[in-house]
Write a protein that binds this ligand. Structure first.
Ligand SMILES: Nc1ncnc2c1ncn2[C@@H]1O[C@H](COP(=O)(O)OP(=O)(O)O)[C@@H](O)[C@H]1O
Ligand SMILES: [Mg+2]
Length: 387
């Protein structure tokens, strides 16, 4: 059965794409409704056929992305006339003031008995897709620039955080020495002077001297103050940490906390440990200080253990107590909302040295804080920043 050509020409007019049929001199021999609309040629204007100029120049074909004239020899219609099947979707047409984007496909129509060659071309509008692609491209660029800003900001914050911790430690060390050397010294001198005062009675000018009982009280009070100054100095920055290193400092600190709290707290070093980068020694010490303070303050524990171990990769630190435990996630949420800084401070110290920390706690097993500090990379870069 044959379809009446009028019928299929009519259906071609109903297609939502522009269809051109051109002969081998690029003269259009057929345009459907959309094609005529595209080149603004009135229907049935066969007296003035479209020519090559009409098709290429009148349509002002540009490449969609670079807005450059489209390379002529690659234009699908011309390729189809050379016998190739071609399709491109980067064609921009400036139609009036508007630029519209098309996917252009062309196929050769085989010549019949040495007759002229024809090609059929379709122009399918893809402006909406192009617009979305362009928007997407911009969004991606914006997103990338935001990501870059955030990661630069993160790096800056990290560097700042490291610097702050270092300055804080230096400041503590300074105040600690000042307290120990200056104020401690002054109090010791005061004590010696008081001890060498003449015994009770009136002095040479007839003034009443201090009674032995009062003197004992004054001396006890000076001793007490001296002890407090020493403790304060040691808490700020124990000189043993700088002088003898981490295990010695931890042993001293744990023994003192055990004595003061009457809890069974012990320290064990599971391998021989040499001196390490000062920032790692400091971080470990501060972690133990914070964790044991929490144990004593919050846990109702009877026992606590501090274990230090070194392996080829780094340093492992464990602080365990047999207390009542706590909800670690809730405590972190509260801390992030501005509640407290102890647990977050521990995490931050570990993070800055590229280590790991794990906090587990429940009412049956108490609290276990397990931290690891790598001994390779981060100490070097910390030192660099300090200089
Ligand atoms: N070892 C522990 N045993 C029981 N509770 C703890 C322990 N460590 C921390 N906590 C709980 O976590 C909370 C947050 O601790 P932290 O951030 O150090 O703040 P702070 O000690 O100032 O309250 C504590 O208030 C306490 O409720
Ligand atoms: Mg705390």
């Amino acid at each position: 059965m044959r379809i009446d050509p009028k019928t299929w020409l009519k259906s071609m007019d109903a297609l939502p794409v522009a269809v051109f049929v051109v002969d081998d001199s690029i003269r259009p021999v057929y345009l459907n409704h959309e094609a005529r609309a595209l080149v603004s040629k009135p229907a049935g204007n066969s007296g003035k056929p479209l020519n090559e100029r009409d098709l290429l120049h009148l349509l002002n074909i540009k490449t969609a992305d670079s807005n450059q004239p489209y390379p002529r020899e690659q234009f699908p219609v011309l390729r189809a006339l050379r016998g190739e099947k071609a399709s491109v979707d980067d064609i921009a047409l400036k139609l009036g003031r508007k630029t519209r984007f098309f996917q252009v496909s062309a196929t050769p129509i085989p010549a019949e008995n040495d007759g002229p060659r024809f090609a059929v071309a379709t122009f399918m509008e893809i402006s909406a897709r192009k617009k979305m692609e362009t928007q997407l491209k911009w969004r991606n660029l914006e997103l990338q620039s935001l990501i870059d800003q955030v990661s630069a900001g993160k790096q800056e914050l990290r560097a700042l955080s490291k610097r702050l911790l270092r300055v804080q430690e230096e400041e503590r060390r300074h105040i600690s020495r000042e307290l120990h050397d200056e104020i401690g010294q002054a109090l010791t001198v005061l004590k010696i002077k008081l001890q060498t005062l003449p015994p009770s009675g009136d002095d040479a000018h007839g003034e009443q001297a201090v009674s032995p009982k009062n003197m004992r009280e004054i001396l006890a009070s000076v001793d007490h103050t001296l002890g407090q100054v020493r403790n304060l100095s040691m808490d700020l920055r124990p000189s043993v940490l700088d002088d003898l290193g981490l295990p010695a400092a931890l042993r001293w600190y744990v023994d003192r906390q055990a004595r003061d709290s009457s809890m069974d707290i012990r320290f064990q070093s599971l391998s021989s440990i040499d001196r390490m980068a000062p920032e790692i020694e400091t971080a470990c010490f501060r972690l133990v200080q914070e964790a044991l303070t929490n144990t004593i303050r919050h846990s109702l524990a009877t026992k606590a253990r501090v274990l230090l171990e070194r392996d080829p990769d780094g340093i492992h630190l464990r602080i365990l107590d047999d207390g009542s435990g706590f909800d670690v996630n809730r405590a972190h949420e509260k801390a992030r909302a501005g509640g407290s800084s102890g647990l977050l401070g521990m995490r931050e110290r570990v993070r800055l040295l590229e280590g790991r920390i794990d906090m587990k706690s429940d009412s049956e097993n108490g609290t276990r804080i397990i931290a690891f500090f790598p001994l390779s990379s981060p100490d070097g870069d910390l030192k660099e920043e300090g200089s």
